[in-house]
Design a protein around this ligand. Structure first.
Ligand SMILES: [Zn+2]
Length: 615
């Protein structure tokens, strides 16, 4: 018997917590009418308002707040919306510190409150360590008057999927006597989104996965959710429960398979297959689903490549960007076809390899007498500005007589296809499930043949004999959270908040001196790139506000990480990192301009260094 190529392994519908409470009150409204209720839910402001009206229609008094990023939502909904922030002279916020979790965890959750009151001096003070999770807020007005507020951040302790003690934000219910204010009942509520996360993790744990990687071609986790997504008036991305669920499911499932396979947590060589959380907005298009009272979950295992279906149909081919100068104006991620068209116009010997899912990744080698250089982009496919930077860098290298270079602008075409599908659903999300290859590994950490997409850079390094590899990357342009397993992204805590353009320099034994000179001269040159210093200064200031001092050396306003790595092939690898998940317009153009300038500067410095026998 032929086994089916696609199996639904789990299906579940979960009623929203708010709708269940309304049903409970309807059974006996009189017993609730002498009480005042405070609720914390994960749903958006409009849905919580609609729910408030349902409670009120039953004669019950209720105040419903956000369980996710409660301080930020309180400021938007109860301060800004009511004009309490008019004529403010200063704000002081004392944040809780719980010894069981990261010292700055509750400060991080306040990110990016300063964007909501840019004109008002805002100071942060740590409270004494305790298990009380309350922010103390003090407003001072221009006339000297002051007002104080307490903002509760409900959290709950439990053991997570790795059996690690975890403190995570939760729904919450407080019932009080309406007349006396006496608290009659107060307890954590597991809201629909928390139940969805935990039931999916349980279903993954319970399934029989066999003993051989990859365990599946694709594991598709579809969740239709009445959640919340909030932007500032200037369209800054503030918070999204859809994105938070995507991120937490992707990394939690990856962690589950790391342990299942006997590898350490965070191991990037694991090849479980392609893990694809697919979180959709149910209901109205304003980001808050009103009147939709259910989360629906379906987990499907695709066992053959041919059975995989696109998440969504993508638009037809976009404009041709291969004309001279056209790439400089590109303001959103190129399609795979656009990348190939632009690469075709660069002279040199073409090479091509096949990815795990059968897509072709292309490269070019232009021989010359200068010391070899390799430029790559798209290793992590949700980092899309490096792809444009690699093509633009190669166009410049082509213009230098005798430059010997190879370029692979899109190293991970399978991830890139998924990235484009995700962006068609959630354009601004960081979409980390498109980061690694369709085998589920980071190709740089691939442990053995068959090498598939990793052959692109292996070939490029071989034919150029390059001792310098410029690997162009990006990272989240807004906060990255995992609220269902403890809030901060485990293993990536340093990347949870943007900190500007950033350089990682790795050198092999014997190359330290050249790498150090290259880095010093490179940051010197980058300081002259228009706009970069101001951009980094603003980003670093915000990072230090919410995440503490930058734990790296900052040279000429650019954080730099300088490390030895004897496993790499070339003598020196420079990794560029710019917040680009996921950006458009001028921000996108600026990001690939910085990548391109890095290629130009680093190449020029490298050729000088390699021709100077004293260095
Ligand atoms: Zn990356």
């Amino acid at each position: 018997m032929i086994e089916s190529a696609k199996t639904i392994i789990y299906q579940q519908d979960i009623a929203t917590t708010g709708s269940l409470l309304v049903e409970q009150i309807k059974q006996d409204p009189h017993s609730w009418q002498d009480k005042a209720i405070e609720l914390w839910l994960y749903e958006g402001a409009f849905a919580r308002q609609a729910l408030t009206e349902q409670f009120n229609a039953l004669g019950v008094q209720v105040l419903i707040r956000s369980a996710y990023k409660p301080l930020l939502h309180w400021f938007i909904e109860e301060v800004h919306a009511t004009g309490l922030d008019q004529n403010l002279a200063s704000i002081e916020i004392s944040y809780p510190v719980d010894p069981v979790t990261d010292r700055l965890r509750f400060l991080s959750e306040a990110y990016p409150l300063d964007l909501l009151c840019p004109e008002v001096p805002l100071s942060w003070v740590a409270l004494a360590p305790s298990a009380e999770h309350q922010y103390q807020v003090r407003f001072t007005y221009e006339d000297g008057a002051t007002r104080s507020f307490t903002v509760f951040a409900p959290n709950e302790s439990f053991k997570d999927h790795l059996n690690i003690d975890t403190l995570a934000p939760t729904g919450y219910l407080k019932v009080m006597n309406k007349t006396t204010g006496h608290v009659l009942q107060s307890l954590a509520l597991h809201t629909e989104i928390q139940l969805a996360y935990h039931s999916i993790m349980q279903a993954i744990k319970d399934h029989a996965w066999g003993t051989h990687e990859p365990y599946f071609e694709r594991l598709h986790i579809r969740v239709d959710l009445p959640g919340s997504e909030v932007f500032s008036a200037k369209q800054d991305f503030l918070a999204s429960t859809y994105e938070a669920l995507h991120e937490d499911l992707y990394f939690s499932i990856l962690e589950f398979f790391q342990h299942y396979s006997g590898r350490p947590t965070g191991d990037r060589g694991l090849q479980p297959g392609q893990i694809v959380p697919d979180i959709r907005v149910t209901g109205a298009g304003d980001g808050s689903a009103i009147g939709i009272n259910e989360v629906s979950i379906q987990i499907t295992c695709f066992e053959t490549k041919g059975s995989i279906e696109p998440l969504i149909a993508l638009p037809a081919k976009l404009a041709d960007v291969s004309a001279s100068g056209a790439l400089g104006a590109v303001d959103q991620a190129l399609t795979h076809r656009q990348v190939d068209d632009a690469l075709n116009h660069i002279s040199g010997d073409a090479f091509a390899f096949e990815s795990w899912q059968g897509r072709t990744l292309h490269g070019k080698h232009r021989p010359g007498s200068l010391p070899g250089i390799v430029v790559t982009g798209g290793q992590h496919a949700n980092e899309s500005t490096g792809v444009v930077g690699a093509l633009r860098g190669a166009q410049w290298l082509e213009s230098v007589a005798e430059a010997n270079f190879a370029v692979v602008p899109l190293e991970n075409p399978d991830g890139y296809q998924l990235f484009h599908e995700y962006c068609a659903i959630h354009p601004r999300h960081i979409n980390h499930a498109a980061r690694y290859t369709a085998l589920g590994d980071d190709q740089e950490y691939r442990e053995r043949a068959p090498w598939f997409e990793r052959q692109g850079r292996m070939h490029a390094l071989c034919v150029t004999d390059a001792q310098l590899h410029l690997s162009l990357h990006g990272y989240p342009a807004h906060e990255w959270t995992r609220p269902f397993s403890g809030y901060l992204p485990r293993g990536f805590e340093l990347w949870s908040v943007p900190k500007g353009f950033f350089l990682i320099v790795r050198y092999r034994d014997g190359w330290q001196e050249k790498a150090a000179i290259l880095l010093d001269k490179l940051v010197e040159g980058l300081a002259a790139v228009p706009g970069l210093s101001a951009y980094n200064a603003e980003q670093l200031k915000r990072y230090e506000t919410y995440s503490g001092p930058v734990p790296f050396e900052v040279k000429r306003g650019i954080p730099c990480l300088f490390t030895r790595n004897d496993k790499q092939t070339p003598g020196v690898v420079i990794v560029t990192e710019i917040p680009d998940e996921t950006i458009y317009g001028e921000a996108f153009t600026f990001a690939h301009e910085v990548h391109t300038e890095t290629v130009k500067l680093a190449s020029t410095i490298w050729w000088q260094l390699m021709s100077d026998p004293t260095q």
